[in-house]
Design a protein around this ligand. Structure first.
Ligand code: DGY
Length: 320
């Protein structure tokens, strides 16, 4: 059996696959794999671990002998699920094991933006920490008792809400496709309409999976409904936020700040105006980048692949 991996992942999962007697090949080049290269590598493979490269219908048709695919991520918006389902290729993902790490990243961005930490750090390294104590410049905002709005109360949204409630006693409101009983019971979260979420949140943190319906949902008209003092946090997918409109909302003072771990496109260009803004903190899609989460993702991918090869139900399957 041959398993192809379109990137380098923690070796713990690779070893599990090798122990099953599979031949494992990783793409260890600095350039992301192209579609033609991917087809070439996968056309005689039995399993494929996808490290955030697009899995298009064209690829799936060309490699329809694949018995299983597992993405090294919880998000699967980069995979043509209807085609994989039609071709009978199960697709697995890695939920749960990265929820804590990703919520930590959202929390880190929230705190950074609220105290302008990245910007103030830059002042030091650029030689702009001037003598004298500035009593009215670079002021942040406190988070105690503020209202946290969660857009998408899944596993990661829940963790973020739990952290914010515990650390700052934040009041939690959320908007989701369905009401989430666990969040209501355990965190006292209140379900609100999208409109109410925009109007009431002091910090609005995005945790929904990207879909056709929510692409660009944070745009000029919705950002205008947010408080002037509010902070937008995105650790989900960049395409949910219209970047041009976000820049405008920040420049005009329509919203107060933004913390982004995801952008559209990625990587973000180094001359992006967002990088120069005082109330903006940006990290390069590191949501799940902890040793613990990435090792667990590697193990889960291996388990998905092993189950798929054996014709068993994957531990985490995304096909309907
Ligand atoms: C995920 O798991 O979807 C992350 O965004 C990719 O690292």
């Amino acid at each position: 059996m041959k398993i192809f991996i379109s990137g380098v992942i923690p070796q713990i999962g690779v070893k599990m696959l090798q122990e099953e007697g599979y031949i494992v090949e990783e793409w260890n080049h600095s350039q992301p794999i192209t579609l033609d290269e991917l087809i070439d590598k996968c056309k005689d493979a039995d399993g494929y671990i996808n490290v955030m490269s697009p899995v298009s219908g064209k690829f799936l048709e060309a490699c329809s002998q694949l018995k299983v695919i597992s993405t090294f991520s919880v998000g699967f918006n980069h995979i043509d699920i209807p085609t994989s389902t039609r071709l009978g290729i199960p697709v697995g993902n890695t939920p749960d094991v990265l929820s804590n790490a990703t919520a930590d990243t959202a929390f880190l961005l929230m705190l950074n933006v609220s105290r302008k930490a990245f910007f103030n750090y830059r002042r030091i390294i650029e030689g702009n920490w001037k003598p004298g104590f500035l009593s009215v410049d670079y002021l942040g905002q406190e988070l105690n008792g503020k209202t946290l709005g969660i857009f998408g109360m899944g596993r990661i949204g829940f963790k973020m809400a739990e952290k914010c409630k515990g650390a700052y006693g934040m009041k939690v409101i959320y908007h989701n496709r369905h009401k989430q009983e666990q969040a209501e019971k355990e965190i006292g979260a209140t379900y609100v309409s999208f409109e109410e979420l925009l109007n009431q949140a002091d910090v609005l943190s995005i945790h929904a999976p990207l879909s056709e319906e929510n692409k660009g949902i944070f745009n000029d008209s919705t950002l205008k409904k947010m408080k002037n003092t509010s902070i937008l946090i995105n650790t989900a997918r960049g395409a949910m936020v219209n970047e041009k409109d976000l820049i405008q909302a920040l420049q005009s003072g329509q919203i107060w700040g933004a913390g982004l771990d995801v952008t559209d496109p990625e990587p973000m260009k180094a001359d992006n105006p967002l990088l120069q803004m005082e109330n903006v903190a940006i990290t390069p899609h590191i949501g799940s980048a902890t040793v613990e989460a990435r090792n667990a993702m590697s193990v889960l991918c291996a388990k998905n692949i092993i189950a798929g090869i054996k014709g068993e139900k994957l531990p985490c399957v995304v096909n309907p």
